[in-house]
Structure formats: structure tokens, C-alpha cells
Design a protein around this ligand. Structure first.
Ligand SMILES: *[C@@H]1O[C@H](CO)[C@@H](O)[C@H](O)[C@H]1NC(C)=O
Length: 377
């Protein structure tokens, strides 16, 4: 009972505080300040100024539309004189965040399907899958034991060679208008890439250029590919994929007019010089029609072209008290590292470590080995 009272008295009427050892040494003192300075420079310079640790951040939400423009004329023996406009070379008419421009093609006209008995050996192969095809005798032959055969696929499809140079090589001069709306939901901030100072007349005539017109949202297809370090005419033959990147990095502590898009371009289908199997980008589609007798025909088109993928990314930051306090707190905690580091050096690495250790620690022998033999050695 008495012990309990003594304990309570000690708790109430005594105050304990750690004793601090002051080492009067220029070397150690300077080292401690140097480490503190480094940590302070890191916290202020890197965390606060460079990484803007006082800001809350948000990533971009965006929507994109793209529209191509341009007309060209081709004159080939297979097709004759032909005009190509947007409705012919943009497939499909509209897509999300990307746009395909056909630059080259293989056209097979007037294909019909028929049912007929199997004739001859399995020497005909479907050109793209190498499955055997059965040739038909004529369009009017009766149904055969092995199901449908294809009347004229193989006649036109077998010389499967791309045109060099690309049929629509003039697509180099076509343009692409990219409209991009962005939104930072956390800050309820929205903006579009057609900036408020862009006039209708400017938009009618401008072409994006990194130096002279960095905010014009109209891109010449040839320039997009050239900016990525490739040749449009090479790419047009077998097709490929180009990325148009729009970066919106915004500091919303400053004026909204300083939040501007930054465009960059890269080719997304990588091409190895020494491993060039199945290069490019192509697909097939068909247009169906009926002739006067009601027979269905189709025109098969193997389209080669460049798909432009529009990739929008970015981060916005704005002052907020919570990240500021968190970073100040962790910065102060980090200052404690200076003490730990100096302690390690002073007590374990320096020549006079035994002297410092003696001064820092109060040595106490174990209770069994002699009560009261404790001493400041
Ligand atoms: C693109 O336009 C320029 C200038 O109008 C012209 O000289 C050039 O031949 C065109 N390029 C192609 C591939 O048609």
C-alpha cells in the first residue's frame, strides 16, 4: 500500500526529462548542420518546389473527336479514273479516340457465291487461311455434297500484292482536325484544345507546327508521321498505327489560360529492321450489291492504312491544406535522420568514439552483480 502511494506521489510530484549531451566539436557540429541542410534542401527544393507537394492532384478525363479532310484522284488500269474523299478512305466513318485513313488497297470486284458439286482436286487454297477451296463449274451449278463453294474468290485474290507506292499516296497532304475536351473532376475545371483565342479564320488555314503553330488542332498526316521520325510514303504501303499524344499538365494555382495542351507523336506499331514478319496494318471488308437479275455480288477490299490513335493524359494540381501538412510532417520527421546519422558516426566511426560513448551513456551493472555498484565510469 505504501509502495503504491509512493508511486502515485512520484507520478504527481516528479518530472523527468532526457539529458542531452552537447559535443563541442567543429567537425561533428558542421556535419550535423550539413546533413540537416541537405534534408531541408530536399524537402523544400524537391518535395515542395519541384514536385509541388503542397498541391492536391487529379488526372484528366477526356473526350476526343477527329475529322479528316482531303480529296485525291487516282487513275489505274483496274479502277479507271476515280475520286477519293473522306467517305471512301476513312473506315469506319467514326470511331472512339482513333481514326483510320486508308492509304493503299487491293480491290476484288464482282464476287458471287454459288452452290455446286466439288470439282477436281483440292489444289485451290483460300489465300488468307490456306484452307482448300472448291472451284465451281459455273454460277448456276447445283448444290454439292460438301456445301457451298465460292465462285470467283480465288481468281482475283491470288495475286495478293500491295501497290508500291501506295495508291492513295496523296493522303500525306490530308489533314486531321482533333477536338479534345478535358475535365478535372476534383477541381471542376474543364477546357478544350481549341483555345479561346483561336478564331474561325485561323482555324480554316492553320496547320500544326511545334514551333510556329503549337496550338493549332489541325494536323497534316505527313507531318504527324514525320514528327515521329518515320516516312509517310513507306508507312502508307503496308499501313501502321500512329499515336497522337495530348498532354495536359496544369498548375491550377496559376491562371487557367496557362493550362495548355502539348502535342507529341509516336509510331505505336514497332518495326524491327531484322524481324519484319507480318508488318503493317490491314483488314478486309466488302460492299454488297445486287445486279439486275437479283444475284448478290460484292466488291472485296483489302484495306491498308494508318490508324491514328489519340491518347490524352495529364495531371492537374491545386493547393490543398492536407497534402501540405502531410509533407511538412514527413519533412520534419526526416530531420530526425540527421541526429541518427551523426550519432552513428560519432559513436561508431570516429577515432574518439570511446570517449564520446563514455560521455553519452550512463553505464549500469545488472542488479544481481552488486546493488549500488553503478557508477559513471
Ligand atoms: C502535297 O502537296 C504539295 C503542295 O501542294 C505537293 O507539292 C505535293 O506533291 C503533295 N504531295 C503528294 C504526295 O501528293
Amino acid at each position: 500500500m505504501a509502495g503504491c502511494c509512493a508511486g502515485l506521489a512520484a507520478f504527481l510530484f516528479e518530472y523527468d526529462t532526457p539529458r542531452i549531451v552537447l559535443i563541442r566539436s567543429r567537425k561533428v557540429g558542421l556535419m550535423n548542420r550539413a546533413v540537416q541542410l541537405l534534408i531541408l534542401a530536399y524537402v523544400i527544393g524537391w518535395v515542395f518546389v519541384w514536385e509541388k507537394g503542397y498541391q492536391e492532384t487529379d488526372s484528366v478525363v477526356s473526350s476526343v473527336t477527329a475529322k479528316a479532310k482531303g480529296v485525291t484522284v487516282t487513275n489505274t488500269s483496274a479502277l479507271g479514273f476515280r475520286i477519293w474523299d473522306v467517305a471512301d478512305y476513312v473506315i469506319p466513318a467514326q470511331e472512339e479516340n482513333s481514326l483510320f485513313v486508308m492509304t493503299n488497297m487491293i480491290i476484288t470486284m464482282n464476287q458471287t457465291q454459288g452452290l455446286c458439286p466439288e470439282v477436281g482436286s483440292f489444289s485451290w487454297k483460300e489465300p488468307w487461311t490456306s484452307r482448300p477451296l472448291r472451284p465451281c463449274l459455273s454460277a448456276g451449278c447445283g448444290p454439292g455434297p460438301h456445301g457451298p463453294c465460292f465462285h470467283s474468290f480465288f481468281f482475283f485474290q491470288i495475286p495478293d500484292k500491295t501497290n508500291v507506292p501506295a495508291l492513295l499516296k496523296a493522303a500525306e497532304n490530308f489533314t486531321l482536325l482533333v477536338k479534345n475536351n478535358i475535365w478535372y473532376p476534383k477541381f471542376n475545371f474543364s477546357k478544350r484544345n481549341i483555345l479561346s483565342n483561336i478564331t474561325t479564320t485561323y482555324l480554316k488555314s492553320c496547320i500544326y507546327d511545334a514551333i510556329t503553330d503549337p496550338f493549332c488542332p489541325i494536323f497534316r498526316l505527313g507531318n504527324i508521321v514525320a514528327n515521329a521520325g518515320h516516312s509517310f510514303q513507306d508507312m502508307a504501303v503496308e499501313g501502321g498505327i500512329m499515336g497522337i499524344q495530348i498532354k495536359w499538365n496544369c498548375n491550377l494555382d496559376r491562371a487557367a489560360s496557362l493550362c495548355l495542351p502539348k502535342y507529341s507523336f509516336r509510331r505505336l506499331d514497332t518495326r524491327d529492321v531484322d524481324h519484319n514478319v507480318s508488318p503493317g496494318y490491314n483488314f478486309r471488308f466488302a460492299k454488297y450489291y445486287n445486279d439486275l437479275t437479283g444475284t448478290e455480288h460484292r466488291t472485296l477490299i483489302k484495306a491498308y492504312g494508318i490508324r491514328f490513335d489519340i491518347i490524352v493524359f495529364g495531371k492537374a494540381g491545386k493547393f490543398d491544406i492536407i497534402p501540405t501538412m502531410i509533407n511538412i510532417g514527413s519533412g520534419l520527421a526526416l530531420l530526425g535522420v540527421a541526429t541518427v546519422l551523426c550519432d552513428v558516426i560519432v559513436l561508431y566511426c570516429m577515432k574518439k568514439k570511446y570517449y564520446y560513448r563514455e560521455k553519452k551513456y550512463k553505464y549500469v551493472a545488472d542488479y544481481d552483480q552488486g546493488l549500488g555498484s553503478e557508477s559513471d565510469q
